[in-house]
Design a protein around this ligand. Structure first.
Ligand SMILES: NC(=[NH2+])NCCC[C@H](N)C(=O)O
Ligand SMILES: [Mn+2]
Ligand SMILES: [Mn+2]
Length: 308
């Protein structure tokens, strides 16, 4: 039987400083996601979008909880989205499917990781230019899309609230691939962590093929499965211009496809892929929906699309 891929839209921009990323799910669907996935052999269902109140209709009388030395913007809104998203992700997995969550900014990974890691031990592969390993204490921006991994790994709590923690996520099974922009505190945190970081320099030195194989081995070692998080700013801005925090020197088009094809191949052999997200597509900044199209193609590669 074909495996169900369940599309879940999470149209939120509360975790980023750029409006427009809330339109990511529409742009990715418009780029032909469902058809691409069906062509890849998946049984596709689409649950539509989570209901996310737009920033303009947010009640201004409700103040942000602010504490000295802590900066996490829209933390209440991110909590609300995360809790509902986690339930949907967990439900899709319970039903035997693979949830594919469309962002939205990268704060949605909090809900993905806690839902995916409910009643299971999981690893994660984080394809991203950024570490997303800040906390409200260290964040230079206060944008929660720069914090989801630190939040999910409970030892670096986000505003002291349990909703952001993903108890199932095992730190030693977390692997970054393609890092090239880190804040000072993140660099320190990553060095001290038990997780594994592969930078763009590692990819230059060893090639994507070796790096992705190592990443898959580490992420899947001793766990029930993995979450794959695809931040489109992982790619070079020449390929993916429609993102809020672009960084030069990213993965090429071919490197990206190769890596995600390897995820699919590995999954075919070992049945490890529990859940996936594609985030940070911002159609307002994009050129002719190029970045949304890329998100679509890369998701299809990860879910089994083959050239031959
Ligand atoms: N998911 C992302 N695009 N994250 C960008 C984070 C940028 C910066 N490190 C911050 O924490 O604000
Ligand atoms: Mn990023
Ligand atoms: Mn990110």
């Amino acid at each position: 039987m074909e495996r169900e891929v369940r599309i879940i839209g999470a149209p939120t921009d509360y975790g980023a400083n750029r409006r427009g990323v809330d339109m990511g799910p529409s742009a990715i669907r418009y780029a032909g996601l469902a058809d691409e996935l069906r062509a890849a052999g998946a049984d596709v269902t689409d649950t539509g979008d989570l209901l996310v109140p737009t920033a303009e209709t947010r009640d201004p009388s409700v103040d942000e909880p602010k504490e000295e030395g802590r900066n996490a913007k829209f933390v209440r809104e991110v909590e609300d989205v995360s809790l509902r998203l986690a339930d949907q992700v967990a439900e899709a997995i319970d039903d035997g499917g693979v949830p594919l969550v469309l962002g939205g900014d990268h704060s949605i990974a909090i809900g993905c990781l806690s839902g995916s890691g409910r009643d299971a031990d999981i690893g994660a592969i984080w394809f991203d230019a950024h570490g997303d390993y800040n906390t409200p204490e260290t964040s230079p921006s206060g944008n929660i899309h720069g914090m989801p991994l630190a939040a999910a790994l409970a030892h670096r709590d986000l505003a002291d609230v349990e909703w952001a923690n993903a108890p199932g996520l095992q730190e030693e099974n977390v692997v970054w691939v393609g890092l090239r922009s880190l804040d000072e505190a993140e660099r320190k945190g990553i060095r001290e962590s038990e997780a594994t970081a592969f930078t763009m320099s590692d990819i230059d030195e060893h090639g994507m093929s070796e790096i992705i194989d190592q990443a898959l081995e580490i992420a899947t070692d001793g766990v029930d499965g993995i979450h794959v998080s695809l931040d489109l700013d992982w790619l070079d801005p020449n390929e993916a211009p429609g993102v809020g925090t672009p960084v030069h020197g990213g993965a090429t088009y071919r490197e990206a496809h190769y890596a995600l094809e390897r995820v699919a191949e590995y999954d075919e052999e070992h049945d490890v892929l529990r859940s996936m997200d594609a985030v940070e597509v911002n159609p307002v900044l994009d050129e002719h929906n190029q970045t949304a199209k890329l998100a679509t193609e890369l998701a299809a590669s990860a879910l089994g699309k083959r050239i031959l």
